[in-house]
Design a protein around this ligand. Structure first.
Ligand code: OGA
Ligand code: NM2
Ligand code: ZN
Ligand code: ZN
Length: 440
């Protein structure tokens, strides 16, 4: 029967999955124009590389019935705990797991949450667990190591999966830029584009053809675009009877797009095909940076904007007729209190204001303080798009604005825009990383 703290043979085997080269390829970093591209990418080690560098040699495995877990002692002196129930839940055998889909077959109803291992065997390449019903689960030490439950391992793994490390910026930002053509045709450049889009939140692509259809190509590069009531792509022009303030020649104050949706688009593309002669400058602000400044400078305003829900509305006809209503906190925090999303377009903020009357003044004054902070010159980047530029930015993080322009007959400013989701964008980033720098 089971011996508690049974010790198994020492194993000197070192597991390596073929080390991958760092970002040293010819196109890994390019410096088109005088701008500095991809600061976000330079320090970024591909997640797969980090995993490959783990040398998961097991020295010893112990099984503890009391704690209902096994302890794996690694050769570097560290150790990891793995609960029996998790090991059974994650059995990789073909009965419990479908390798072609990399998905679990074992349903929770068949999982004995109080299960104990009958035997744990360490061979030179794997850890085998024999369960009381003689079912055998085999685990690769590398696979186990990357799933270690230690907080530091989990934190690193989550950072690698979701690229949550951001680089704050203000007016000093050197706008990351890349060639549109290279993003489409070179995987390393595409990978670095997406890394910078994640880390800095904003990348300008240069020299796109000045005709419609280019943002659709970016959508294809990622996978697909996000359809909204404004269409799969949309034309930003001065329109008669505009169904959105964006479709006028007026000023657009700093905003994120489409808070009238409960799940606003994560990524936005704006392609300039024709720029106005006078006006039409762009303004960009790092909303996470400004929100964190507000937290320090005006904690009460920060508390209000991170807790009170406001209504947004958008009604009209475009792709088809629509009547949207939503509620958002202007600043969304995660469970750790970190800023994760800004939802703010003053044009679509509803006049229906769902709060006790005495909260109206404090609310609007908190909002004004936040907006005033955004417009401080040290927090804002101002520039004028040129025909052929495509701004790509994190619409959950960056607030963007446009100065009014003069619209003259026969010479109209014309942008084409489109949205993508962050899920699909991050998926493309991970697939590119995998293809370029190896296995996960
Ligand atoms: C928009 C927008 C910016 C511009 O259409 O939502 O922000 O420069 N446009 O016209
Ligand atoms: N457009 C540009 O929130 C918004 O209404 C932003 C959306 C019309 C697709 C503008
Ligand atoms: Zn199994
Ligand atoms: Zn916009």
């Amino acid at each position: 029967m089971w011996r508690s703290a049974a010790k198994y043979l020492l194993n000197n085997r070192i597991y390596r999955n073929g080390m991958q080269k760092l970002l040293t390829g010819q196109n890994a970093l390019c410096y088109p124009l005088q701008e500095v591209p991809f600061q976000g990418c330079r320090q970024h080690t591909p997640a797969a590389l980090k995993i490959n560098m783990l040398i998961s040699a097991v020295q010893q495995v112990e099984a503890f019935d009391k704690q209902r877990c096994i302890t794996v002692h690694w050769e570097d002196g560290s150790h990891s705990l793995y609960p029996y129930v998790w090991l059974r839940d994650n059995c990789q055998c073909p009965q419990c797991f479908l390798p072609s889909a990399k998905a679990r077959k074992l349903p929770i109803k068949d999982l004995d949450v109080n299960i104990s291992a009958e035997k744990v065997i360490l061979t030179d390449s794997k850890i085998s667990v024999i369960w009381p019903d003689q079912h055998i689960s085999e685990f690769d030490p590398n696979w186990l190591k990357t799933r270690c439950f230690a907080q530091s391992t989990r934190e690193q793994k989550q950072k690698d999966l979701f690229l949550t490390d951001r680089q704050n910026w203000g007016s000093e930002l050197q706008i990351p830029s890349a060639s549109f053509e290279e993003v489409l045709n070179n995987d390393e450049v595409a990978y670095q584009w997406l890394c910078a889009l994640r880390k800095i939140g904003f990348v300008r692509l240069k020299h796109a053809p000045t005709e419609k259809g280019q943002v659709a190509k970016l959508g294809k590069r990622i996978g697909y675009l996000r359809l909204t009531f404004y269409g799969l792509t949309w034309q930003v022009e001065d329109k008669i009877d505009a169904n959105n303030v964006a479709y006028t020649s007026g000023d657009l104050s700093l905003h994120t797009d489409y808070p009238a949706l409960h799940h606003p688009p994560g990524v936005q593309f704006l392609h300039c095909m024709k720029q106005a002669e006078v006006g039409g400058e762009s303004e960009m602000v790092d909303g996470f940076h400004v929100a964190n400044l507000l937290r320090q400078l005006n904690p009460e305003a920060f508390r209000i904007l991170t807790s009170v829900l406001v209504d947004f509305t958008d009604t009209g006809v475009d792709y088809c007729n629509f009547s949207l209503q939503s509620k958002h906190r202007i600043i969304d925090l995660d469970h750790n209190g970190r800023v994760v999303q800004i939802n703010f377009n003053n044009a679509t903020r509803d006049s229906v204001f769902d709060m006790p009357v005495e909260q109206v003044h404090p609310y609007l004054s908190a909002l004004k303080d936040f907006v005033d902070l955004m417009y401080k010159p040290e927090n804002m980047v101002t520039f004028k798009m040129e025909a052929g530029d495509i701004l790509t930015f994190d619409n959950w993080r960056i607030l963007h604005g446009r100065r009014s322009y003069s619209s003259t007959n026969g010479y109209t400013r014309h942008l084409e825009g489109a949205y993508a989701n962050w899920d699909e964008t991050m998926s493309r980033l991970r697939c590119l990383e995998q293809a370029l720098y190896g296995n996960k």
